[in-house]
Write a new protein. Sequence first.
Lengths: 292, 235
Amino acid sequence: MKSYIKRALKDMRENAFLNAIAVLTTALAVLMISGLTLIWSNLNNWVDMTKNDVRIMAYLKTGVTDAQRNEATADIQGLEGVKTIKFISRSQAMDKLKSQLRHQASLLEGLKENPLPDALEIELKQDREKLAQVQTIADRIKQMQAVEDVEFGQQWMERFMGIFGLIQLAGMIMGGIFLIAAGLIVGNTIRLTLFSRQEEIEIMRLVGANEMYIKTPFYIEGAIQGCIGSFLGLGGIYAAYTYVSWNINSGLATGFLQIRFLSTELLAIIICASMGVGLTGCAISLKQYFRK
Amino acid sequence: MRGYFIIMESQEKNPIIRMFNVQKNYGTQKSLDDITLDVFRNEMVLVTGPSGAGKTTLLKLLYLAEPLTKGQIIVDGLNLSRIERKKIPVLRRKFGIVFQEYKLIQTKTVFDNVALVLEVKGEKEKGIQKKVQSVLRTVDLEHKQKAYPPSLSGGEQQRVAFARAIVGNPKIILADEPTGSLDPDSADTVISLFIEAHRRGATVIIASHDKLLVEKTGGRVIHIVKGQKVQGCEE
């Protein structure tokens, strides 16, 4: 095996340009695929979180008395599927907004009075995930006298899920195309190497080399190209992730959005898949070459 | 001791190569026609004839560089008409081949070219080092082991090819016009190497139209003309 690896590395050095192109294409494919996977996995996490977090915000009318508010709270508590109700005063809402805005909190300093209304945060039971049921509860709350307006995430969630599905499909198609392209380019690199060494391979065969002796270094080459390409691609996506998450942490979106990098399992899958693509491209070229 | 000699004698009479009514066509043209021939162990055979007679084709059929059209060839127990594809390397390792145009790998050193035969057999690095050094000493090229073929003269390249042919200690050595492009001194050196290999027990088959080679080696001559009329073969 040691001599096969040595031969593969020697071949890679001798055909450095071709190998660099194959590695770069693989890196680009991995960059594209892992980028989409990163977006997809974060959106997925976020959708799951939002799905489980079934809440309705009921904004109260200005000037609602404590008695009216307590009455509305009791009425809402009586509705089927309601878990808890929390009163959020307008001053609490302002404090929360200020803490979320962090550095930009000074924007709110110019306000003469707090424009935010008092609100009731209604948490629903987890089994109430169906949009229609959430909608029914929200409609009944909205009809209550003390309530000005009602807001809940599920309204736009349905639309978002449609778009999310499209992003997912587009990502899969593009990722697939890039993977195939990477496989073809690795395969072509091996094919060009094979043709440039046609005479040498012929001599090897004439002195009794079996196919394993000739083919193994090429397989190793394909796997190495896939492996280096995946590390480069993942390195690129990690750099992009670090940059974006640093910007999010220091910017406006703090608290609203938290992105996570790819899990170890996903990283392992991407590296293995990339090596697999290198090996497949190599296998196709070798099969075509040795069919002659 | 007597028993040992009896065994040796019977081995010598045992053919290592048998050809039965061998025919080779290229398209509609017959290159070899109805050749029946036995080559015995430790025999020196010279296949002679004019250019285009089919000498090279005959050698190529033996190591399956070309498939035969009709007939049968048996090499050291392997029937070439029925041999599986994966067994072809096994067949080729029985031979040490000196090709007409040397067939050295231009990007490998003299040492690596010779070592290739042992590498494909899976021999260990230490053993390879020792055997290659020894064989390069035999052909007087030890000092050129790090050189690349393009920097060598024709005679030197032919000696590298010969070293590669004998390093694996093959049962049969095949050579196609080994002295064809050499000056008289280099040709003499190469001829003496074949004689030495034969003396050490190898079966040697040389295809050549070099009369000097025929005279100096003193082997059995098989004369081919237009691939059809063969002299020196069994009737």
